[in-house]
Design a protein. Sequence first.
Length: 151
Amino acid sequence: MSTNRKYELVYIVSPESTDAHVAELHTQVEGIVGRLGGTIEKNEPWGRRKLAYEIGKAKEGIYVLTVIRGGGDVMKEIDRRFKVTDTIIRHLIVRVDEDESVIERVRTKRTEESRRRRIARGLPPDRQPGEGQQPDRDDDDRDDRFEGVEV
């Protein structure tokens, strides 16, 4: 199993929970990730927010985003633990490295295609400094798309 995968974990904690309880949950996540060989890249508490719809009797919750790099076994264990924790209203785990690899493949394909076309036209494969359209420096701060339009 690959341990290079990147996941985003978002969980919503019950509004009755204290900041100390949220910190304790984060410590539990850190412990699981560390024990199973993963790393936490970012932990971002978003704070108390209103829910889009009522879940149980809760109308708001404390949101936390955690970015984790590790294997699927790490996420399975976190998912299992969060399912049985009463103070966690909802949680969502999303694998984000797949999207990053797709973006990189598209970027590489586009670059290779551009190089192939440039060589076919007798140009060097990579753009040279000063080649292509140059932005007009005087008009950068003006947005004239709506010039003359009255509201």
